[in-house]
Design a protein around this ligand. Sequence first.
Ligand code: NAP
Length: 309
Amino acid sequence: MNVFIAGGTGAIGRHLVPLLVRSGHRVTALTRSAQGAAALQAMGATAVLGDVFDRARLEAHMAEFEPEVVLHQLTAFSTTDGDPLQATIRVRTEGTRNLVAAARAAGARRLIAQSISFVCSPRHDGLADEDTPLYLDAPPAMRPLVDSIATLEAETLGAVNPIGTVLRYGFFYGAGTNFHPEGATAAAIRKGRLSLVGEGAGRYSFIGLPDAAAATLQALQRGAGGVFHIVQDAPAALREWLPWVAQRLGAPMPASLDVAAARRQLGDTMVYFMNEQRGASNAKARRELDWVPRENSWRLAFDALFPPR
Ligand SMILES: NC(=O)c1ccc[n+]([C@@H]2O[C@H](COP(=O)([O-])OP(=O)(O)OC[C@H]3O[C@@H](n4cnc5c(N)ncnc54)[C@H](OP(=O)(O)O)[C@@H]3O)[C@@H](O)[C@H]2O)c1
């Protein structure tokens, strides 16, 4: 198939582009830099220079390439020019609108977009499935993040043509992500900046980048529309993974922080992640995408990622 990907140079894109090429797809990828273009070409894709916020140029690229499938793998958390969360919110709202419009104008049949599995409502017990509502009534500090995800998902799923698929990935780990010896989470743990909040009950659903890329290929090839959680079977509570990673890094053991103090010092969003989130179920993706995570244990994965000292 003719596939157009925005975000092909990112953490998951670097796994996804070579996988698409190996699977026989013709891949064109958007990047803002010559360096990104060289990396994409080395992966076997055709690179086009452009910015998702430059709608006219984006539409021209897509009209020229006539993709059957458009893949949206854009985030902006590594931005150094401004606030990374605000930049990512803009990519998820305005950027998604531009991609949907360009995909539609170019006659694409499918649009597959990256979302996250970890902003579902925490108001029930057990794992969140795809029918669990997004946490739209989150505390005000968290709402811009959840609202941007709701917009991305509505834009992606709202159009009949192209048919939309939303892949809600769990927390990525590995090179280029926060969960890596050189990532932001490890840096914070080394500095003793991550605490066990409350009971440390927030349950993190993780997913490795190769498994996330494989699920994306399955969604593309099976033509499945709708929402899918792309996560390992079992989440890890903060109280399980945080002390374990700290020990592996030779970092100080995380301090305990009660919820009230954490709300004051870290804010409601961090309290949600660290003590309230539920984790997500991958049952629908297993059933309907015929996908299983090959690396299905965060502990085994982290064992390799953070070797004993
Ligand atoms: N997903 C989440 O919600 C989340 C939340 C917090 C932290 N994180 C962590 O942050 C890690 C890296 O995130 P990241 O945001 O730096 O993503 P990334 O994996 O580096 O990918 C960002 C991609 O988006 C593209 N891009 C961004 N803005 C663009 C624009 N205006 N126009 C065209 N392309 C644009 C970049 O392309 P070019 O640079 O080549 O133009 C790049 O391919 C994640 O793996 C995760 O560990 C993720």
